[in-house]
Design a protein around this ligand. Sequence first.
Ligand SMILES: Cc1ncc(C[n+]2csc(CCOP(=O)(O)OP(=O)(O)O)c2C)c(N)n1
Length: 562
Amino acid sequence: METMIGARALMVAMEKEGVKEVFGLPGGANLPMYDEFARCDIRHILVRHEQSAAHMADGFGRVSRKPGVCFATSGPGATNILTGIATAQADSSPMIAVTGQVPVAMIGRDAFQESDIIGMANPVVKYAFQPRTPGEIPEVVRKGFYIAETGRPGPVLIDIPKDVQQKEASMVFPDEFKIRGYHPWTDPDIVHVERAIEMLLSAEKPIILAGGGTIISSAFAELQTIAELLMIPVVTTFKGKGAFPENHPLSLGPIGMHGHAEANKMMTEADCVLAIGTRFSDRSVGTFEAFEKRLKIIHMDVDPAEIGKNQTTSVAVVGDVRASLRIMVKMLLQKTAKRTQDTVWIKHVKETKAYWKEHLKLHPGEMGAAKILRKLREVLPHESIVTTEVGQHQMWASLFYDVIQPGTFFSSTGLGTMGWGFPAAIGAKVARPDVPVVDIAGDGSFSMTENSLATAVLEDIPVIVFLLNNFTLGMVAQWQRTFYDRRMIGVDQGKCPDYVKLAESYGAQGIRAQSMDELDKAIKTALKSDVATVIDIPIDPEEDVLPFVAPGTSLADMILPS
Ligand SMILES: Cc1ncc(C[n+]2csc(CCOP(=O)(O)OP(=O)(O)O)c2C)c(N)n1
């Protein structure tokens, strides 16, 4: 047993969890913790806004599958990270947010920079702790990390009053602990897996729908084996994009509001779906009723609360989806249940895919979105990690940037947070400094967290911002063109700022690319650079993202380019 102050115990406990980097910004209520950075081996990465600290931790967590850690002071510091916490929660990303709080005796008395962050965060965290004595800190940290990364991952808040950080106590750092009522792992029920196999084998038009859970549990190899053994085409949700190589003959890409035409078409024709690690979001399946009416649904998920929440299922397999798929692979190999030849269904799927590859109308200009994103794909190494912001560029990435190496594409798909992609890319690069990391951005989204350029430059984190600059809040403009009779209100961003100069003013590299040749060179220059680079790519503000499934309609009602 060792005596130390609460703030020191926090650092020791985090070191025991393997934390090497945290993202944050100091203030009065977390200064005792900040002082401890001088005495430990944890690197503190300074942000310019706490929202970005949370997104960086989120990006780090999605890539490393270990909780990313962000720090903020009390009051406004704490409320600033809430958007980042809610974003992580919506996408099941493991995160630890550590906030300072006013001293225990001041809580509830409107003290300076006091906010009830526990009350505010409760609906958007997996769990929240507020240790009231320093001796609680080691166990709180141990439990916090365990909760954040086990089962369905998510953000955990640890809010520490200032006096609790400052006071001394004898500390016990536990290896073992119990959390009443929290049972994150369920062994998949073999009988249910068997039933799922029977259903898939007897279906005439089966399809696999891989969701984000497939990526979270790294079930890539198992998914591919099952698809190939049974010759089943694979669609993904948007969050599941990259669960399956998108250059595989059985891949149809993402379904949904901005899904691939061929994926949506095949989904509407299928008779049985093996849905893996998905919550059946409205963006993926359109109207819930239309979806479940036609289909037998086999649902695999680690979170029992997801079963039957949005869709009625025929068979449910609860447990880590990789474990469930492993059992399925084993059973299939034992049964030697294998399809070697293209079925009528597979032939139809391949023809439909070929048709859409040929007939989907694309922007005729040289700098159309499809061409730009295909150029990025062509030049970027397959292991590169891509994040996106939110808007048209995000959906063009969904449509035209093929993910070849599973688990290398991340986006704010649940909350849809503009400003997420750039800081998340910084967090991703901290987790994987060995691979190129690119944020596919729109000008509106990038404007929200562009000050993270300071972090990228000062902390030597060379990420690439691939900015599709239409000088407008493009996705909103598209909705105004489509649903509001072209009344364009509050979307024109003007020509400012000049993003090349902006990047340069931060000490980053700025390159403008106005032709395919310039773009090719710009990407190659950025890949070689050891400073962050913004590639500003001016594009047509009137280009729409199509196909499109309007909200409240079904996948069958997809709007196609005319
Ligand atoms: C924080 C936040 N505010 C507002 C929105 C609503 N919204 C969705 S897309 C969009 C426009 C995005 O513009 P931009 O980043 O320039 O991308 P583009 O659509 O032009 O590619 C807006 C305002 C949002 N998703 N997030």
